[in-house]
Design a protein around this ligand. Structure first.
Ligand SMILES: Cc1cc2nc3c(=O)[nH]c(=O)nc-3n(C[C@H](O)[C@H](O)[C@H](O)COP(=O)(O)OP(=O)(O)OC[C@H]3O[C@@H](n4cnc5c(N)ncnc54)[C@H](O)[C@@H]3O)c2cc1C
Length: 390
């Protein structure tokens, strides 16, 4: 949350204008029942456009994705009597892959172990790891520097899609490729059984819009891709097709569609935390400073889910931030789709319509960049001005 902007914009509202608004119209709060778990439009022709204007901006947030060129790290390490299973470094795909890499991690740590389990971190990776360990019958304590809503996971846009999870695909190992393919599939199926209002997970249609026509064969396996890892998600994007002129509501632009899941991180993380507590989990707010402190914990099986925090805690020099910024417009519940247009994307969520599309590796700044805010608004004004129906 950009607190300065929030206060600045908030102070522009006088008490009288707020009260005047209340007297005219009582807005019913959106309840959980209003959250439709399936929102696939029958046709793109009459999609309601997003209303893009500066005065509809409600907040801008910044987060640092935990990026590693060689991809996430799910690996077991022995520290004296303590077994540490690392599960971090998911870059732009941590929400997407969460259940999958957490399943890999618990399968690496739990078999043969008896006793209490520790999890470091309570972002999406820590919480899904903790829940899977509880499901397997273990008592779990989470030790964490910060709780939701103060995690990177809360900042995420929340589209299901493993994006920028590794650097050069030719440089990842075969072992990583195996883990990646397994994690994608496991997480994809696990999220499907959570398409419930409580978890903030629903099916949503995605539109990709371009200035140039789509290449022939778009949507079918791409023969130019030769690596296994490049084909990992091909079957996980159903109903992918290029829209014909009769189906395309964008004048002068080309569009394709595919179906996917949208996970609303604030709702999902709250639901996971609640499930964790109901299952008897304990939460301890503490920052672990050294591996020796980790070794001193009473639990002899520890899952390290500290995201970017693993850089300082375990000295992983490969970890680097990939900064992202999202600007939120007022919610539009009637918009039940996402768009991707050049270097921008729009996701419609219950807590706002977010405009994103920044990925700056090596940038540690958590300050809002106003120039980027203006650029994302301008690009989306252009996109939705061109949406005339068909
Ligand atoms: C703008 C943006 C958009 C994104 N969009 C998407 C998307 O659409 N889909 C998607 O799949 N992913 C998306 N991501 C990526 C996703 O947010 C991350 O991959 C994911 O949040 C990583 O989860 P994590 O649990 O590893 O890290 P975090 O959420 O950062 O959690 C780490 C936890 O560890 C704790 N911790 C850290 N250090 C210590 C320590 N020393 N001791 C104790 N505790 C510690 C922290 O307090 C925190 O609780 C996006 C990210 C950004 C920034």
């Amino acid at each position: 949350m950009d607190r300065r902007n929030f206060l600045r914009n908030g102070s522009m509202l006088s008490a009288s204008s707020l009260l005047a608004g209340c007297a005219r119209r009582v807005v019913a709060p959106m309840d959980v029942a209003a959250f439709a778990p399936v929102d696939l439009p029958a046709s793109a022709c009459r999609l309601p456009p997003v209303k893009v204007s500066e005065d509809r901006v409600i907040r801008t947030v910044v987060g640092l994705r935990p990026h590693r060129n060689s991809g996430f790290r799910v690996e077991r390490e022995q520290l004296g009597e303590t077994a540490v299973v690392h599960n971090y470094g998911h870059s732009g795909g941590g929400i997407t892959l969460s259940w999958g890499t957490s399943k890999l991690a618990v399968d690496m740590g739990l078999p043969g172990y008896t006793g209490r389990v520790a999890v470091l971190g309570s972002g999406v990776i820590g919480l899904t790891t903790a829940r899977l360990a509880q499901d397997a019958g273990y008592s779990v304590t989470i030790y964490t520097k910060a709780l939701p809503p103060n995690t990177t996971s809360n900042i995420a846009g929340g589209q299901w899609g493993p994006s920028s999870v590794y650097g050069d695909p030719r440089k990842v190992t075969d072992a990583f490729t195996d883990q990646y393919i397994y994690a994608c599939k496991y997480a994809y199926e696990r999220f499907q059984i959570l398409t419930q209002p409580k978890y903030g997970v629903r099916w949503m249609r995605n539109y990709i819009v371009r200035r140039k026509p789509f290449p022939a064969g778009f949507g079918s396996p791409n023969p130019l891709q030769t690596l296994r890892i490049e084909h990992a998600t091909e079957k996980l994007m159903p109903e992918m097709k290029v829209l014909s002129d009769k189906e395309n509501p964008w004048r002068g632009l080309y569009a394709a569609q595919m179906d996917g899941m949208m996970i609303e991180p604030p709702m999902f993380l709250d639901a996971l935390t609640e499930d964790f507590r109901i299952a008897g989990g304990k939460l301890v707010v503490v920052e672990m400073k050294t591996p020796a402190e980790v070794q001193a914990l009473p639990e002899k099986l520890v899952f390290n889910c500290t995201g970017l925090g693993a850089k300082a805690l375990f000295g992983d020099e490969e970890l680097t931030p990939a900064r992202g910024q999202l600007t939120f417009l007022l919610p539009q519940p009637e918009v039940t789709y996402t768009t991707g247009f050049e270097d921008t994307y729009m996701f419609s969520r219950r807590d706002g319509v977010l405009l994103g599309g920044t990925y700056d590796e090596g940038n540690w700044s958590l300050e809002v960049d106003e120039k980027t805010v203006a650029e994302k608004i301008a690009k989306h004004k252009e996109l939705f001005a061109a949406m005339k129906g068909c």
